[in-house]
Design a protein around this ligand. Structure first.
Ligand code: C2E
Ligand code: MG
Ligand code: MG
Ligand code: MG
Length: 290
């Protein structure tokens, strides 16, 4: 949109639209080529207990490794993948890679019971998903109890009976269900009542706000997070805080009674091979990483 013809604003708007369309087409192209050329992978970020900081599990995070542009994070890709329904194929690839990584990690001492959390978009809950997941797990000798299905309110808001049926089927099969980015949506609390959930992941915006420079914001945020933790525990759910970056945040969340955490303070999302290397060379693979 750099070339202006000076006629009117509409022309500029159209150019902007063109850029947007072109950018989207480019990403669609990356997705298709990435599927064909095996550019997709699942990076893994450990989830640790706030008590001893030992690793309880790993979240699989989609990455596209473009030969020229390098590693691309999901933000650029997921939206386009969802709008074009390509997320179904991308999600299947990420799921397969992540489960293979978990099988490899399981061979490390102390890691045989670690779990794998996988993010799912609404379109991924096809009726064939539970059987495909079961087959994959069987092939790798992994118990379904070691899989966590991460969904957001966006999934539940669809209010689609098929999604509910498929999620319920995966839970019956032994997987746990985590509600991701909790607290950022419109009516998080009502979902707790209507949908079987095992884990609540408190969004990283809350982790940030509990140490806000403004006294009032900080105190209110702390009250809110503490109440969410109490409520979740009373509902029988485990609580995970997302995006922990500082010792202060970790300390405060631990004092508030949170069970688990995830964030750059402990471990960044990593390539499975790098993570395995790191875990196998550590003196005590599951001991605190400091
Ligand atoms: P999410 O599921 O809430 O994942 C957590 C995000 O926080 C990840 O971003 C992770 O890299 C980032 N993160 C972890 N620790 C920290 C920290 O200490 N500080 C900060 N600032 N960020 C931290 P990422 O990998 O860019 O993924 C973004 C979102 O994309 C995910 O949010 C999830 O909603 C979606 N996503 C990722 N992988 C997949 C996938 O395979 N399938 C689907 N459907 N969605 C995915
Ligand atoms: Mg997640
Ligand atoms: Mg999240
Ligand atoms: Mg998120």
């Amino acid at each position: 949109a750099k070339k202006r013809d000076g006629k009117n604003g509409a022309q500029l708007f159209d150019n902007g639209m063109m850029d947007h369309t072109r950018a989207r087409a480019e990403i669609e192209n990356y997705i298709e080529t990435g599927l064909a050329e095996d550019w997709f992978d699942a990076y893994l970020q450990p989830i640790v207990s706030l008590n001893g900081r030992d690793i309880a599990g790993f979240e699989a995070l989609m990455r596209l490794n473009h030969p020229q542009r390098g590693l691309m994070a999901p933000a650029e890709i997921i939206n386009v993948a969802e709008e074009t329904a390509k997320i179904v194929r991308v999600g299947n690839v990420v799921m397969e890679k992540a489960i293979a990584h978990l099988a490899a990690i399981s061979r490390l001492p102390g890691m045989q019971d670690s779990y794998l959390a996988i993010n799912f978009s609404p379109l991924q809950f096809e009726t064939t998903l539970p059987a495909r997941l079961a087959a994959l797990l069987g092939r790798h000798g992994i118990r379904p109890q070691r899989i966590v299905v991460e969904i957001t309110e966006a999934v539940l808001m669809h209010n689609n009976p098929q999604i509910r049926t498929v999620v319920a089927e995966m839970r019956r099969f032994g997987c746990r269900i985590a509600l991701d980015d909790f607290g950022t949506g419109y009516s998080s609390l009502s979902y707790l009542n209507r949908f079987p959930v095992d884990i609540i992941k408190i969004d990283q915006s809350f982790t940030r706000s509990i140490n806000d420079g403004n006294d009032e914001v900080r105190e209110k945020s702390r009250t809110l997070v503490e109440s969410i933790a109490t409520l979740s525990h009373k509902m029988g759910c485990t609580v995970i805080a997302e995006g922990i970056e500082t010792e202060d945040e970790c300390q405060t969340l631990h004092e508030m009674g949170l069970d688990f955490g995830q964030g750059y303070l402990f471990h960044r999302p990593q390539h499975a091979a790098a993570l395995i290397e790191r875990l196998s060379t550590a003196e005590q693979p599951i001991a605190r990483a400091s």
